[in-house]
Design a protein around this ligand. Sequence first.
Ligand SMILES: [Zn+2]
Length: 145
Amino acid sequence: MVHDQRALPELTDLTAAHWTSGASGRLSVRRCVHCLRWSFPPSRCCRHCWSADFTVEPVTGKGVLLTWTEVRDPGAQERSPYLVAVVELEEGIRLLLGLTGTEPGALRVDMPIRLYFEHLGGDIWLPFAEIEELELPEDRLEAVS
Ligand SMILES: [Zn+2]
């Protein structure tokens, strides 16, 4: 499947939750029923206890920025350059995804991020990260300025 010149993923029983859960506004991830650890990337057996019993649960969608790079792609001129980042969610899950709404010079390791989703068509929702703006109380804003 191709959307806007981008290949869309094929859904499988392992990957469907990742690609479709954005419809609810929250990323869902496989979680081991026995040891309660998250399974991402998804696998048939738990990497920690070898159980094959999983549930699919939503994660917070909040985390921190670990690293990033700016990609210049002459084949995607309308989208290039764009940022790709590795983020770590509060659950300890690391994701490689697009980072939007910011400039490379403004980024710092451990900045808070949150996930959002772009609907690509059909059941496919692509997760992106954006920097989460911290809302400081009014008295803190005055102290900073
Ligand atoms: Zn397990």
